[in-house]
Design a protein around this ligand. Structure first.
Ligand code: PEP
Length: 242
């Protein structure tokens, strides 16, 4: 089963457009339910309206939560809030949130809070750039270790990781990643998880690929790239392409 998660980013602007898009994706999710598990991660402001229309096999997700349950956090949402509006998944550590100051420690705390509320965290990891000496591997390693080091071994298999090289994300992407680059990184991430737990757990964790995924390159990240699914961003706002 392929996990296909759409990150709607900060769109659409109007609730009626969010509803109409979700209804179209709902049809797709039903059509492909034997092979593809679909999730839409939507802006928090749309969760309430969408929770009334999004039904299995489509699942609803958030795009980030506060790393703490303290009330004094104007402008933030808690894990409990998104869970109460039907989110069963939530992106954490997206590069766009990390760029606004979300740290590895914040990502680890948010992941813990989501698991406590039975929301599946989709933990985004990925290097900003690639260097010839392979230093980028250590940045991905510390992102993964920050999250898995904060959790008991029995919870690790509940995680979904999304490898999203920052240089391949969004409209300013440098270039597309190749399936070979994706495969190498997925093997590397599984090795980090296996070293911290065991091979069985490392195999059970889903690892998605995201970063300028489209209808031309998507299948290659799964077939040759060994990803368990995909996390497209902009493209997920177009139901046909999604
Ligand atoms: C994303 O937002 O997670 C993403 C991968 O964006 P895009 O597909 O638009 O590059």
């Amino acid at each position: 089963m392929v996990l296909l998660v759409g990150n709607w980013k900060m769109a659409p602007e109007k609730a009626k457009d969010a509803l109409s898009l979700a209804k179209k994706v709902q049809v797709l999710a039903r059509t492909h339910k034997k092979n593809i598990k679909m999730v839409i991660c939507v802006p928090g402001v749309h969760l309430s309206a969408l929770s009334k229309v999004v039904k299995a096999p489509l699942s609803l997700g958030g795009q980030g939560i506060s790393p703490s349950n303290e009330i004094a956090q104007t402008g933030r949402e808690s894990a409990g809030m998104i869970a109460s509006y039907g989110a069963s998944y939530c992106i954490v550590g997206h590069s766009e949130s990390r760029a606004r100051g979300e740290s590895d420690t914040d990502v680890a705390h948010a992941t813990q809070l989501l698991l406590q509320k039975k929301v599946t965290p989709i933990v985004c990891i990925g290097e900003k750039e690639r260097d010839a000496h392979g230093w980028y591997l250590s940045s991905v390693k510390s992102q993964v270790e920050a999250v898995i080091g904060a959790l008991p071994k029995q919870l690790l298999k509940k995680l979904v990781f999304a490898y999203e090289p920052v240089w391949a994300i969004g409209k300013d992407a440098l270039r597309e990643a190749t399936a070979v680059e994706c495969r190498e990184m997925i093997i590397f991430i599984r090795k980090i998880i296996a070293d911290a737990s065991d091979e069985k757990v490392a195999k059970a964790v889903s690892i998605l690929y995201g970063g300028s995924v489209d209808e031309n390159n998507g299948a290659s990240f799964i077939d040759q790239g060994e990803a368990d699914g995909l996390l497209p961003g902009r493209l997920s706002l177009d139901p046909k392409r999604f």
